[in-house]
Every structure is written in structure tokens, then in C-alpha cells.
Write a protein that binds this ligand. Structure first.
Ligand SMILES: [Zn+2]
Length: 157
């Protein structure tokens, strides 16, 4: 599955942004592509928190981590996660990918990955120069692929 055409992705981003900022005061930038990454991070962090709360409700585990979410999604139960994104417009291929996206994205950001382009949220570049397509990664995980090493929980020993 190819990436969205830039014009489609930009339209989607605008709609998403207006949805999340409804009723709030926001600073508008002349060039949408020049919005600071912190704006996107804040939106994705909302999704991250929301998905993990839904994971806690569905799994019964009070402090779920990525692995708990992966377990739900791989079992085909992604659509049973109840969070607000499920009611909005979405370009993701499945409910499991929707749920994995903000959690994978946030986790990669915390590990030093950064945006390749402000309008292409799904692509993040690692400190070593590797580029991750977060949607593609989410689809692979949903199909049962192992988590990449960077996302494995840190060894405790
Ligand atoms: Zn989605």
C-alpha cells in the first residue's frame, strides 16, 4: 500500500487539527509545514494516553504497556478498544493500526526518533539515520511480526 498523496495527507492533517483544536486558542503559522513538531507530538500524545487507557479497560491491567496493546491487536481485538479516534475520519487500514500508531509513534519519539517532514507524521528518522514508516510497522505488528529491537522492553537484568 503506497503512501497518501501529499495533498490528501495535508487535507487530512488540516481536518484532524481542526478537530483537535475546536474551541481552543491556537497559534496559526503561515506555512502549515512549518508548525513546530511539538504541536504534532501533543496530538499524538493525546492518542497515546487515550489508547493506553482503553487498553487498561479492555485488558484489566492497570498500567498497560506496548506489549499489552500488541497482544490485543494481534488477537484481532483492536476494534474493541474504545477511544475517541474511532469516531473520527481515519486513513488507517484497520482499528489495530489506528491504536498502534500513536503508541508506536510516541515510543519512537521518546527513543530519539524525529520527523522527516512535518506533514508526514508516519515517517520518523532514527538517530542512526534509519527511517521508520509507523503505519507500515503497525501493520506488520498486527500481522504478528516481532517488535523491532528498538521497541522491545529494556532488559531488566
Ligand atoms: Zn486511524
Amino acid at each position: 500500500m503506497g503512501a497518501l498523496a501529499p495533498v490528501v495527507e495535508e487535507r487530512f492533517a488540516r481536518r484532524l487539527l481542526s478537530h483537535y483544536t475546536a474551541g481552543k486558542t491556537v497559534h496559526w503559522y503561515v506555512n502549515f509545514a512549518e508548525m513546530p513538531f511539538s504541536v504534532w507530538d501533543a496530538l499524538i500524545e493525546q492518542g497515546y494516553d487515550s489508547v493506553l487507557r482503553a487498553t487498561a479497560r479492555l485488558s484489566g491491567r492497570p498500567d498497560p504497556v506496548l506489549a499489552d496493546l500488541v497482544e490485543i491487536v494481534v488477537a484481532g481485538r483492536g476494534a474493541r478498544l474504545e477511544w475517541e479516534h474511532r469516531q473520527g475520519p481515519c486513513t488507517h487500514p484497520s482499528a489495530g493500526v489506528c491504536a498502534l500508531f500513536p503508541v508506536l509513534h510516541r515510543t519512537l519519539r521518546l527513543k530519539g526518533y524525529t520527523y522527516v517532514n512535518a506533514l508526514r507524521h508516519r515517517e520518523l528518522a532514527g538517530p542512526g539515520g534509519d527511517v521508520v514508516d509507523v503505519v507500515r510497522l503497525a501493520r506488520a505488528i498486527e500481522r504478528g511480526d516481532r517488535l523491532p529491537e528498538i521497541l522491545e522492553p529494556a532488559a531488566t537484568s
